[in-house]
Ligand binder design. Structure first.
Ligand code: 5GP
Length: 242
């Protein structure tokens, strides 16, 4: 019995040493942290909080529709969601925080990143460039998170072409007149700029309805109701894709 057990343990020992070791552990501030390689093809260290429940959520809508409020509402309400902070060449305003709302970069840096293939999608919006970093999105999806992209329709089309499993939500205003009122009430732009945004909004809405980029539409009549509706639809999409 004893030699046999010894042989078995010897075999297991050799077997273990030959196998690729998928787990690593280290201590951080006295806490033991275990990391497991998620899968050989992603190469991201697996964290104890990771799941296989990743979903890419595209949220779009015309300027003034209340898209950012809805996006941030969904982000706050869904525990494992993460917001993709885009790269842009537009000027930072007083309302913006670097690294939270956007990564503000120069035209030159944007062109470098584009040439390196660092963007999952990119587009020119109102004469400025915007792009989503591919590496970050891939890693967050591999961790099982709900990854939120708040991007325009052209970017959304690129994402959907590359990642058909992405779930697209388009936010609509209750009416065109109401959208125009909201654009004016923001008091951010001149009447000329407002009219330009309004014309662009109408084009975006028409595109969103005709294309197959968006899986669903949410009308933002009341913001809390719109957030709840978007969350319900996202939860259902996650269940369907699981
Ligand atoms: P704003 O500069 O007003 O924050 O955003 C202008 C527009 O650019 C919005 O429609 C917003 O959704 C879009 N946008 C923001 N980030 C990205 C991005 O990374 N890619 C694309 N394609 N559009 C973006």
């Amino acid at each position: 019995m004893v030699p046999a057990r010894g042989a078995l343990f010897h075999f297991l020992d050799v077997f273990q040493r030959k196998r690729p070791q998928p787990e690593r552990q280290f201590t951080l501030g006295g806490m033991l942290v275990r990391m497991e390689m998620i899968a050989m093809d992603t190469g991201y260290p697996r964290l104890p909080t990771d799941t296989d429940n990743g979903l890419l959520l595209i949220l779009s809508g015309p300027s003034g529709v209340g898209k950012t409020t809805i996006t941030r509402g969904v982000e706050r309400a869904i525990g494992d969601s993460v917001f993709s902070v885009s790269y842009t060449t537009r000027a930072k305003t007083e309302a913006d925080t670097e690294g939270v709302d956007y990564h503000f970069i120069t035209d030159e840096r944007f062109s470098e990143l584009l040439a390196e293939g660092a963007f999952l999608e990119s587009a020119d919006v109102f004469g400025k460039k915007y792009g989503t970093r591919k590496r970050w999105v891939d890693e967050q999806l591999a961790r099982g998170r709900l990854v939120i992209l708040e991007i325009d329709v052209l970017g959304a089309q690129q994402v959907k072409d590359k990642m058909p499993d992405a779930f697209g939500v388009f936010i609509l205003p209750p009416s065109e007149e109401e959208l125009l009122n909201r654009l004016r009430n923001r008091k951010r732009e001149s009447e000329e700029q407002i009219q330009k945004r309004f014309a662009e909004a109408k084009r975006e809405i028409a595109f969103a309805k005709e294309s197959d980029v968006y899986d669903t539409f949410v009308v933002n009549e009341d913001v809390e109701t719109a957030i709840a509706e978007a969350m319900e639809k996202v939860a259902a999409a996650r269940l369907n894709r699981a």
